[in-house]
Every structure is written in C-alpha cells, then in structure tokens.
Design a protein around this ligand. Structure first.
Ligand code: NAG
Ligand code: NAG
Ligand code: NAG
Ligand code: NAG
Ligand code: NAG
Ligand code: NAG
Ligand code: NAG
Length: 221
C-alpha cells in the first residue's frame, strides 16, 4: 500500500518536473510520453544524436527557449562538439543559473565560452539540464550547426512568460562566513550552503523522500 501511493506520488511529481526544450529544436519531444526516452537519463534522455532536426546557431552563441514546469529550477547548458557528441565538455553556464517561475523562459543569447572557437559549418549538440536543490536532474539535447548567417531569436520569438532567470551572484553562492575557507571543515561547506537555502530539517526530509521516490520509480517503472 505504502509503495503504491509512493509510486503514484512519484509519477505525479515527474510530470510536474519535466521540461520542454523549444529552441533550438530538441532531438525529440520527450514530453510526448514515448516510452523509449526518459528525461532522467544522462546525457540526452536516451535520444540519439540525429533523431531530430539540426538548428542553425550563430558563431557567437544563440538563444535557448525552455518550457519550465517547476516553481523554480537551476538550468545548466553544455555543449559537445561533432556530429554525434557524447562528451559535453564546454559549459555555457559557468556559474549557477537560477530560474524562478512556471512557464516559458527565453534567453536571447547565451555566449560561447572564450576557449571555444567555432567555424561556419561546425556541428555540435547542446545539452540542457534542469535541477532542483537536491541535484535531481532532467536532460534534453538539441543538435546544432554553427552558421555565420544564423541569428539569435529576438522580439516576439524570444519572450519569457512568468519565468525570470539569471546567474546567482557569487556572494550568495558560498558560505555566509567568508573567513571559513574549506581547509579544515572536511567539505562541509556545500552542505551548510544548501542548508541555508532550504533550512536544515527541510533539506534532510526532502532528500529522504526524494531518494525513496527515485528508488520506487526505478524499481517499479
Ligand atoms: C523537423 O522539421 C520539419 C520541418 O519543420 C518537421 O516537419 C519535422 O517534424 C521535424 N522533425 C522532428 C523530428 O522534429
Ligand atoms: C504551473 O502552471 C500550470 C498551468 O499554468 C499549473 O497547472 C501548475 O500547477 C503550475 N505548477 C507549479 C509548480 O506552479
Ligand atoms: C507563475 O509561476 C509560479 C511559480 O511556479 C506559479 O505559482 C504560478 O501559478 C505561475 N503563474 C502562471 C500564470 O502560470
Ligand atoms: C553515436 O555515439 C554513440 C556512443 O558512442 C554510438 O553508440 C552511436 O552508434 C553513434 N551514432 C552514430 C550515428 O554514429
Ligand atoms: C572536449 O572534448 C572533445 C572531444 O569530444 C575534445 O576534442 C576537446 O579538446 C575537449 N575540449 C576541452 C576543453 O576539454
Ligand atoms: C533560486 O530561486 C529560488 C526561487 O526564487 C530560490 O528559492 C532559491 O533560493 C534560489 N537559489 C539560489 C542559490 O539563489
Ligand atoms: C578562500 O579561497 C579562495 C579561493 O582559493 C580565495 O580566493 C579567497 O581569498 C579565500 N578567502 C579567505 C578568506 O581565505
């Protein structure tokens, strides 16, 4: 009985937490309920490269448009080079990116990292990850081709609705005690940082529930 209700809860929570990648066009509509694919699956929800269309993206970086279903999410955007990227070793979100709200989020231009130089015709894939504060993550990928003629989305094509976002200021990321550099505390800084966000008790409880849900879901479905 307990397991059944947990499983139902887990499924409801999954539907609410999944996200859509509207631009660049994702490899596959992983919200469609197609059982071959799951947004839980690293690195690209189980969707192979080349399943969808390849979008032309500007050489200096382009737009990202997401459909977010959670009250808030951390968003990570990574890039892998080649026709069939399996290593997403360039990040377009070099610090924590937080979005608040439930709806459409469009970022007009996400610049490429300075150590990445691309040429017209280069193939790549973008990996978009959304996560909550427990690190529970969902994945979608989009295949792109860099084009000098491509333009970032603008105006009506890149409107956000009910979602705001931005990089979390460095000052709020770490411990609130700057003198406590992590040499003696044995890696506890991360834990205390997370506790400040959610409150220690909430965090522990949610983690236990999250683990239970993940376990039930992994076993049951
Ligand atoms: C690729 O784009 C074409 C034309 O816009 C569209 O008809 C097709 O459904 C797209 N394919 C996928 C897999 O989304
Ligand atoms: C997000 O919005 C939809 C419809 O606009 C609503 O049904 C849903 O409950 C909302 N979810 C959250 C987490 O606010
Ligand atoms: C906007 O997002 C908040 C947070 O997720 C949600 O509670 C609210 O229902 C959303 N409003 C609309 C109009 O979707
Ligand atoms: C892409 O790479 C994966 C993993 O290395 C491999 O299994 C797959 O066959 C490759 N697909 C193509 C079209 O090369
Ligand atoms: C990223 O991985 C590719 C192989 O997929 C490699 O060619 C490239 O040098 C790597 N770049 C960095 C910055 O690690
Ligand atoms: C991210 O945004 C949510 C909602 O606004 C907020 O509760 C949370 O503390 C933020 N995370 C950080 C690290 O600022
Ligand atoms: C903590 O470590 C960072 C990175 O090594 C350094 O830049 C900073 O000055 C240190 N802060 C203190 C108070 O020691």
């Amino acid at each position: 009985m307990k397991v059944t209700s947990l499983a139902v809860l887990a499924t409801a929570q999954l539907a609410a937490a999944h996200f859509g990648l509207e631009y660049p066009e994702w490899r596959f509509d992983t919200l469609s309920g197609d059982e071959r694919y799951s947004q839980w699956e690293y690195p690209c929800a189980g969707v192979p490269a080349g399943t969808g269309n390849r979008t032309e993206w500007p050489l200096t970086g382009g737009s990202i448009k997401l459909e977010l279903h959670h009250a808030w999410s951390y968003v990570f955007v990574n890039l892998g080079l080649g026709e069939n990227a399996t290593v997403f070793n360039y990040t377009l979100t070099p610090s924590l990116y937080n979005t608040t709200g439930n709806g459409t989020y469009c970022l007009p231009q996400l610049p490429l990292p300075t150590n990445l130089k691309v040429n017209d015709g280069d193939l790549a894939s973008l990996q978009v990850i959304t996560a909550d504060y427990k690190g529970t993550s969902l994945y979608n990928c989009a295949d792109i081709v860099f084009r000098s003629s491509a333009k970032a989305l603008s105006g009506d094509d890149c409107k956000s609705n009910n979602v705001t976002g931005g990089f979390v200021a460095a000052a709020t990321q770490g411990s609130d005690d700057d003198s406590k550099n992590d040499t003696t505390s044995g890696g506890n800084n991360q834990g205390s940082g997370a506790a400040h966000i959610g409150g220690a008790n909430t965090m522990v409880l949610s983690s236990v529930v999250g683990l239970a849900l993940a376990f039930v879901y992994g076993l049951g479905l």
